[in-house]
Design a protein around this ligand. Sequence first.
Ligand code: HEC
Ligand code: HEC
Length: 204
Amino acid sequence: MTRLAKFACAVALASVSTVWAQDGNADNGQALAHTCAGCHGIPGYTNAYPTFRVPRLGGQHPEYIVSALTAYKSGQRSHPTMTAQAASLTDQQIRDIAAYVTQAPAASDDPDIVPAGDPKKGEQLAQTCTACHGATGAPSITQYPILAGQHPDYLAHALNAYKTGQRNNAIMSGFASNLSKDDIKHLAAWFASQNEPLYTPNFE
Ligand code: HEC
Ligand code: HEC
């Protein structure tokens, strides 16, 4: 899918925002999302230590964004910047932000990165993941994050974090603990190379 098509798609989705966002208010979310723009609104923006691209939020399930921000807020998930960002948000503000960032128009010039792993090897390994993450990484169950089109180095970072216990989730810790470093690279390459639907949003 081209970036332009993604933009058109985001505009089309905006019209059904009330359904998608549940009780989140995207207009309020837009105002709150200004503080997120410096990282999540810049295509290819990189976290310094360790080095990986910040996750694409556009096109993600709002329910998953709510659960991620709530996990940073509660301390269940930790990252210095994100913990600080989420700490000051109310539950309603979190729902509003999730409604906005997932359907904001796509930033232009948002290139896909060449993954370190081999997508073909990743496809075989991914058989154990599809029950939850969908056959191509775009699950219809909204509690499970979309992986398709996510940055490969972020996906690898997330899997490593589950493996080392830096990130805690009963389901994912179990799956990641069995993966080798190479498995992680290949899986990240496969899911990242699936066409759509994640993109870097352009916060206005
Ligand atoms: C200084 C850069 C920076 C800023 C500002 C920032 N983020 Fe993040 N964000 C990150 C990084 C880095 C990660 C990955 C952290 C990790 O490994 O858990 C992240 C992760 C996330 C995730 C998890 C995504 C996923 O796929 O699990 C969400 C949701 C998120 N940010 C939303 C926001 C929102 C909303 C704001 C503004 C209120 C914001 N971020 C501000 C850098 C930033
Ligand atoms: C039984 C369901 C289930 C299975 C099977 C599963 N996952 Fe997950 N996955 C989840 C859930 C739930 C989350 C969100 C956990 C959290 O909040 O940290 C998740 C999160 C992730 C994330 C983090 C995404 C992000 O945006 O931060 C990655 C990467 C991931 N899974 C990859 C995989 C891979 C690769 C496999 C197969 C080896 C797999 N998962 C198998 C349910 C599953």
